[in-house]
Design a protein around this ligand. Structure first.
Ligand code: NAD
Ligand code: GLY
Length: 362
């Protein structure tokens, strides 16, 4: 088992990565001295893994009351109405201040459970058991929680750190290959934003990674978690460094919004957005065309789209004005200064429009 610590003073917590991590949840509940536990999952993941979690908790802590709530599956249910469903289950289960929630699922379940835990009795503890690649390398670590509003994604939420993160790469075996590729978009992001050697590792190991070779998956997930833990330690509340984790996301969010959040998965939109961020970086004189080609090739090797055309550039620009990195009407982008080094800066509208046109947006 690999252990990584997210160092945040009193709110520090461990990430455990390895085969069998799911079976460790009972020991974590015992360590945290919880009296009652509510497992939050969804209708897809619950039937696959909830019994395993319950068994582990019952074995390690026979006196603990445990209940499960299953949410419907989908980003469209990541809303306040379904936070209410979790809170109603907390009432039914009689959760008190010493109780614990467990998020068992992908990023949707993780973000919602963390948000519900931040609100219940003004904040109780929770454990993350991420079951998608995206959630294992990104969303389960760092304490960003929340839900969507009709006006936009993740517009309400709270920073609420988990007490531990349990990552079992074995659970990825039941995930479909499109979701694996979507998670890889966030994996390659770590290389391009801050680690050229990791880019090389990914270029060399992509086929083994896509086949879920256990050794490669554990090492890659651990590397991403290490990078994320460091970034979160430096900038928990995203006042600077943490914004780099949004590489490719400004264009990606515009793709998601302009295509109605249904045609493309988040990771697919981010992948095409990462290529666009590379094109913009080249246009601003930071990287060469061969660097852009390197980004494109790795995106393709992940089974992700290098280009999503047919988006209206003017409308995309308007939606970028609503991006969380936009300050006082100035749109800020994560740019590559080189492969493995990034910077967050404002970019003139003309340069962004030119990059969008070069990438096939009308
Ligand atoms: P998801 O949670 O919707 O999961 C994708 C699909 O895989 C779902 O249908 C789910 O039921 C299914 N699934 C999950 N685990 C499975 C398994 N082991 N076997 C079979 N099926 C499984 O999507 P996601 O990509 O994990 O997360 C996306 C969400 O994460 C978005 O809401 C996004 O805003 C959020 N996010 C949050 C952060 C953060 O820092 N908090 C970072 C990135 C993304
Ligand atoms: N995934 C972006 C962040 O955690 O900041």
């Amino acid at each position: 088992m690999i252990r990584i610590d997210v160092e945040l003073g009193k709110r520090s917590y461990p990430i455990h990565i390895g085969q069998g991590a799911l079976d460790e949840v009972g020991k974590e509940v015992a360590r945290l001295k919880a009296t009652r536990v509510l497992v939050v999952t969804n209708t897809t993941v619950g039937p696959l893994y909830a019994q395993k979690v319950i068994r582990s908790v019952r074995t390690a802590c026979p006196d603990v009351t445990i209940a499960v709530v299953e949410l419907p599956d989908g980003e469209c249910y990541k809303d306040l109405e379904h936070i209410q469903v979790i809170l109603n289950a907390a009432v039914d289960c009689g959760l008190d201040r010493n109780s614990l929630m467990i998020a068992l699922g992908g990023g949707v379940v993780g973000d919602m459970t963390g948000f519900a835990a931040s609100m219940w009795m003004r904040g109780i503890e929770f454990i993350q058991i991420p079951t998608t690649l995206l959630a294992q390398v990104d969303s389960s670590v760092g304490g960003k929680t929340g839900v969507n509003l009709p006006a936009g994604k993740n517009l309400i939420g709270a920073f609420h750190q988990p007490r531990s993160v349990l990552i079992d790469p074995e659970v990825l075996r039941t995930l479909d290959s499109r979701q694996i590729s979507a998670g890889l978009a966030e994996v390659i992001k770590y290389g391009f934003l801050g680690d050229c050697r990791f880019v090389k590792t990914l270029e060399e190991n992509m086929p083994r990674l896509r086949m879920l070779d256990p050794e490669v998956v554990s090492e890659v997930v651990a590397h991403c978690c290490r990078m994320k833990a460091l970034i979160v330690k430096l900038d928990e509340r995203e006042t600077g460094e943490r914004a780099k984790l949004n590489l490719g996301h400004t264009f990606g969010h515009a793709i998601e919004k302009e295509t109605g959040y249904s045609a493309w998965l988040h990771g697919e939109a981010v992948a095409a957005g990462t290529v666009m961020a590379a094109v913009l970086s080249r246009r601003l004189g930071y990287i060469s065309q061969s660097d852009v080609d390197r980004v494109r090739l790795l995106v393709k090797a992940c089974g992700l789209p290098e280009r999503i055309a047919g988006i209206d550039a003017g409308r995309a620009w308007q939606s970028m004005l609503g991006d969380k990195k936009t300050l006082a009407g100035v749109v800020r982008f994560v740019l590559m200064r080189s492969v493995g080094e990034s910077v967050v800066q404002s970019v003139p509208k003309e340069a962004v429009m030119d990059a969008m046109h070069e990438c096939g947006w009308a």
